[in-house]
Design a protein around this ligand. Sequence first.
Ligand SMILES: [Zn+2]
Length: 98
Amino acid sequence: MSDLKKSIKLFDGMKLINGKVYCPLCEENGPIFKTRLNRDKLDIYVCDECDGLWFMNNDYVLYEKEGMQNLEEYIEKQFGDLEKTYLLYFDYDWYKEQ
Ligand SMILES: [Zn+2]
């Protein structure tokens, strides 16, 4: 474990199991992957099961944003529509890689 990895502060209720982080609502059914939208410039963290959405600040703290608690809400608020929006990658091992 590197110092950086240890410094990530998970959102309340998230569980770390075998190096993957799981959603507070979906638990073992909802691994959280790191991704980025093709139209966006920042990494986001999304639950595979419920599309729950988190962000990470410069202090490696995961947090939710009011009114943007799932992927669809975020895309609609940021870009107004879902068209031509896709995920560039799915990284389930982001916690290990930090
Ligand atoms: Zn979930």
